[in-house]
Structure formats: structure tokens, C-alpha cells
Write a protein that binds this ligand. Sequence first.
Ligand code: GLY
Length: 370
Amino acid sequence: MMNRRQWITGSAAVAASVASLKASQGTGAKKPVVISSANGLAACAKANEMIRSGADTLDAVIAGVNIVELDPNDTSVGYGGLPNEDGVVELDASVMHGPTKRAGAVAAIQGIKTPSKIAKLVMEQTTHVMIVGDGALRFAEAHGYQKEDLLTEKSRTAWLVWKQSLHTPGGFNNWVSMQQNLEQETRNPPMKQLRSSFPQVSDEVLAWAWDMAVHPTYGTINCLGLNEKGEISGVTTTSGLAWKIPGRVGDSPIIGAGLYVDQEVGGAGSTGVGELNIRVVGAHTVVESMRRGMSPKEAVLEVLKRVSKLYNDDKKLLDQLDIEFYALRVDGEHAAGSLWGSHRSYKTYSVNDGGESRHEPCVFLYGKEG
Ligand code: GLY
């Protein structure tokens, strides 16, 4: 246990780190910076353009991710997201506004294409931070939103292929532990069987649908935005784990896990396997590490080490898990990190600090050959 003297010394060190961060921020105007997961090139461009035009940072990042939420071809977020095991799309989202230190979230909401907007309504129009399930839908309807069918032909086909995959060895099943799924041998798509079941669907879509069936996606978008005054906000939005048990909530709507923003320090967010992130309260851990003086790069690596510890650093199991963290400090420095990568093949994240958005490499905890 920490004694009083150690506690005082630790508190003084944190205060010194925050003071030095504030000093490094200086008083001059900063360049607006927006970062997001790799699927957010357009989102970053939109958000940065809005920030430069004077929009609030939260309005800007929400408008950015709305592009992805409304995109039927992104099957991990909003409209067109892969559904739960009943074939129903359930969405999670959270927002945090640095300047006013407020947060809002919705979880397992059905029928609304842009859950990030509903999360902001929760933040602004209620005394709550999170509303879930049918209550979240009724809250959205009270604010004039209409329930819509969020399934597309592509996501419905993928769901049917997943149902077929369940009777084959290698199928992914949420009713057993993650460990059992990870230890399962997966196999190549049974194209002959799939073609006869879905004659109208192309081989390309069938191969993709099989991959989603046996390696369900946890894809998500996290977006963090900073303006020239140093104000910072963030949003995370997702359709969550494909084929989930209805009502399953991932990390994205959980303040501190999928998203955390502290106006004194910076913001962080995550994409990937939410169950891993919730157990290390990842976004909060990243921000607190930056508060203690770590760079964004060091902070994302630090939280990835904690994720690795969840599986006792067993690289064989970790090899099949996908998780990324994103960090933007209030002085504009940023980084993102993933569990795995190599110098030739690595994950990327999106950045816009003016002009065109670009992908930058994620740092990684464990290197791979190739
Ligand atoms: N990170 C998204 C999820 O696990 O739901």
C-alpha cells in the first residue's frame, strides 16, 4: 500500500507533468488536428473543415462520423452495420465534450442510423449520461427521429452466411468463451455450398461474408478533434460485435473505455474487441498515462501491455485478437497503436491537420514477420 509520503510525492509528480504539458502548450494558437480510426479519412476531413470554420469540436467530430454511420458499405458502424444473432442491428455510441466536461452515450439502440447524435442529445437534454435499448430508441423518437430498418442486402446476406457457418467446424459462437473460439481451427469458405445457398450473390461477397462469419468484426470509428484554442472533444460509434447476443454492449459507449476526454490532458478512444478494452478501461488509462507525462505513443503502448496481460502475454491467443487505441494530446501530438504489426505490414489511423486527410502508421506492441 502507498504510504502518505509516497502519495504526496506521486501527486506532486502528476501535478508537475500537467504543469509541464500546460507550459508546452504555450499561449499561441494551435493548428486544428483531427484523428480517427483508419475508416475515418472523410470523417477527419469534414471535422477539420468544420473546426477551421469555427464549429464546436464536438459538433465537428460528430458530423465527421455521421458520414461513416450513414455509409451502407461500412459494415461496422451505423446503417449497414452487421446485426446481432437475431438479424437486428444494435448500435452503441458515446460523446465527450472537453470544454464543458460533459458526456453522453447510448447502447444497444435499434433503428437509428446516427447513434452519435442521440448520445449528444443525452448529454445535452437530460440529467443522464447513458440510455440503453428500447429506452434509447423511445428517447430518440421523442426528439423526432424515426425508426428505420438498418439492414442492407449485404449485411443480411452476411448474417445468413453466419447462420450456415454455425453447423460447420470453425464457426464463431458467442455462447461459448472467447478462449474456446480462439482455440477453434477455422477453415476455408465452403464456396460450393455457399453458391448453391446464395446463387444471386457474387463469390467476392460470399468469401467476405464467410470471413465475417468466422472472424466477426468489432470495427468501430473513434474520432478526436482539437481546435486552435486547444479545446478537445471525441466520439466513438459502432454496430459492435457481429452476431452478438442481443443486448450485448461493447466498449464504445462506455465512458473511460471506448472514449475518454480530459480538457487538461487530451483524449483517447479505441476500436476492436470491446471485451478486452472494458477490462483495462483503456481510453481512461491512455489519458491518465499522458497526464503522468507519457507521450501519446508511450501511452497507447502502455495500455496495449495491459491488454496483453489479460491473456498472460500468450501470443498464440493474442495473435487472433484485434484492438487499437488512439490518443490526441491537447498540444496536438497524437499516436495510435495496435497489438500486432510488422515494418512492412501495420495498421494505420487517419489524420487531418489541414488539407487532405492521410493515413499514418500505428505503433505496435508485438512485431510479426513479413
Ligand atoms: N469496439 C467495438 C465493440 O467491441 O463493440
